[in-house]
Design a protein. Structure first.
Length: 212
């Protein structure tokens, strides 16, 4: 059986307006996220802040120039102020990961091909997998396998992700599940709580730690 290792790839901070999200990060970390690009099939656009360890923060919002109103765009537009929305784990064999999730009785989507055009006009490609269980909601990460380019490669990666906190009524069960399929992160903490929340701590040299 393929040995699967899952690492944090990126964390999504949703905003009603992209500039509001960029400003929220700049106000706390004194750094400006770089323009990422547009997701033509979702009607969203993003900005990226590279993090140490080939990770990044994705600020995502609806693209006001697009007529596409996908589920993720509609959910972003519910955020009155920018806030943490979801998280993604990276793997190198997403087909094997899908098989492993199904073995654990977790229904999954088909593997989906994704792409966007970056600000230099280059196409960035990836494959996505979503668990389709209602048990965990957005506490359950989605999974990604990149093509030949990772978005953090062209970023200023002087910001450190210090801690991720996942609160959920079934936090312990989710932790056991993710460890069983290959989670290899020491700074992700699962907390039993009455409802879901996602929060992170980041730190940048010469700036105090920032919580989102």
């Amino acid at each position: 059986m393929t040995n699967i290792s899952l690492e944090i790839d990126h964390l999504l901070l949703a905003a009603h307006n992209l500039q509001d999200g960029i400003n929220a990060v700049s106000d706390k970390l004194n750094v400006t996220a770089s323009p990422g690009g547009k997701h033509p099939n979702q009607g969203t656009e993003n900005a990226l802040l590279g993090l140490q360890g080939q990770k990044y923060l994705e600020i995502i919002a609806g693209d006001k120039t697009s007529d596409i109103h996908s589920n993720i765009r509609q959910e972003c537009e519910k955020f009155i102020t920018p806030g943490m929305y979801w998280w993604a784990l990276r793997c190198s064999d997403i087909s094997a990961l899908r098989d492993k999730l199904i073995e654990q009785n977790i229904p999954c989507s088909d593997i989906q091909d994704g792409s966007r055009i970056d600000t230099d006009g280059n196409e960035i490609t990836w494959k996505l997998l979503f668990a389709e269980s209602d048990l965990y909601g957005k506490a359950m990460p989605f999974f990604i396998q990149w093509g030949n380019h990772h978005p953090s490669n062209n970023q200023d990666c002087n910001t450190a992700l210090k801690e991720v906190r996942i609160s959920h009524p079934l936090a312990s069960d989710l932790l056991e599940l993710l460890l069983g399929i290959g989670l290899r992160e020491d700074n992700v903490h699962f907390i039993e709580a009455s409802e879901f929340s996602l929060s992170i701590d980041m730190e940048r040299e010469n700036n105090p730690p920032a919580t989102f």
